[in-house]
Design a protein around this ligand. Sequence first.
Ligand code: ATP
Ligand code: MG
Length: 565
Amino acid sequence: MVKNSPDNTEKKKSLNFIQQIIEKDLAEGKNEKRVHTRFPPEPNGYLHIGHAKSICLNFGLAEKYNGLCNLRFDDTNPLKEDVEYVDSIKEDIQWLGFDWEDREYYASDYFQQLYEWAIKLIMDGKAYVDDLDQEDFAKNYRGTVNTPGKPSPYRDRSIEENLELFEKMKKGEFPDGSKVLRAKINMASPNMLMRDPALYRIKHASHHRTGDKWCIYPMYDYAHGQSDYIEGITHSICTLEFDIHRPLYDWLLEQIVDTKYRPHQYEFARLNLSYTIMSKRKLLQLVQEKYVSGWDDPRMPTISGLRRRGYTPESIRYFADKVGVAKRDNVIDVALLEHSIREDLNKKAQRLMAVLDPVKLVIDNYPDSETEELEAVNNPEDESMGKRKVPFSKELYIERKDFMEDPPRKFFRLAPDREVRLRYAYIIKCVSVEKDDEGNINTIHCTYDPETKSGTGKAQRKVKGTIHWVSADHAIDAEVRLYDRLFNNEDPNETEEGKDFTSNINPDSLNIVQGKIEPFIKDAEAGDKFQFERTGYFCVDKDSSEKLVINRTVPLRDSWAKKNQ
Ligand code: ATP
Ligand code: MG
């Protein structure tokens, strides 16, 4: 073995802790050198950026180590689950660029096997039917972190009685909540989860896959490890809060399986993002209480929301990679996510000129009916994207903020008697302004210098500012939706007493303006992405029909940081 060669140390350093575990397992020949992971969403909501992190990790590990990654729906709670969620989850994973091939599994497919294993546990004296309700058990029997629990009065039921009662539970002879099946472990364990945890509960509810076949449903802890075992998972990766579940995960497998092969659970820190809510329950609340237009509202941290907002799969994978895999909880600055999409679109996005707060500009000395086709670069980062023609005429629109009547010295844009360059066009000079009755400027008059046309190769005088514009007669009208962060607080869960996280919603998270865009955009379709020069990255929204609707993905620079300095 080569020790301390630069390549070797470099490689070791860049492995995250899970990759290190896998490489060690492979080196020791564990699991016949197989690497098999799974992504196990519960179909009770849409996937969010935190799930994207987990997807990239699980599918990424399988890719890196020539292994497999399953998609497994963790559908053990019929009350909250729905096929709408199943479909959206599959769409989102595929969109991110990952493929579970033919390995689309459901915990509900294993209900029969799980039931049979429960019977085995009862027959081995490792599980019993308890008549205490969950609340009574938690309050009066389970004990506390500092005091041991005491046994349920039903703990020592005979195996026969347990079998009979469990059978009756399955047949639907008892109402919801009246009985549970418990593992018989240790009521004095320092780990509260090992104090006779529930394995099955009664729920008379229709399941989106098994219909009314079952009215007892396995708990997460009972279903998860066994499902991993059935699927041959080697590395079962979950978030940190599950580390106290690991002894139970291992205990159950120990009782149930008699092979050498065992799946193992590893925990990593979940992704937390500043200014972002990641709990599915709370995201559902935002949807149900109509704070947002739906799960795919472009302000939502869901994958479908980010997609609609204009994020690319590459940008999200890049983000997941940058965030890394941590062992300790932390909060990632949402600016890193915004940086990721800027990085990607800078290379890919077609440039256009668009005016989002238009004011009319008339070039007094330009011929009335003339239109010129000026040449513009589609993407300065990528020459292969070529050039396009932009129509130029006597009447234009420019951004209101690019003109000041009484500017400070360092204002290098347009002002009375001052010159600027119109991007790809001429140098103009402001000669007068017209105002409406309220004193607002409604037309800026300029003259242009025909000798200063861009791209003619002539030696030209320099001006400090260049501004963008569109030709009034040629521009396409669009509704432009300017999004800002959905929450005002870095930690949206931090609230004043008596208020919930919705009190932190940013009332200005959506600002709709009527923009004017150069005609190139006319044939664009939903999802097409652009950089509007000097402004930001934008994409065409699916709401576009007669009128074009455009979403702002991110501004070019971080306006948030500036505003809050
Ligand atoms: P809830 O929001 O109700 O706590 P959940 O986020 O755990 O649910 P699941 O559908 O159970 O939702 O999650 C599927 C997988 O995604 C799990 O393996 C979970 O660990 C992982 N996951 C969920 N949230 C994050 C996150 N913020 N960061 C990383 N992984 C996550
Ligand atoms: Mg979960």
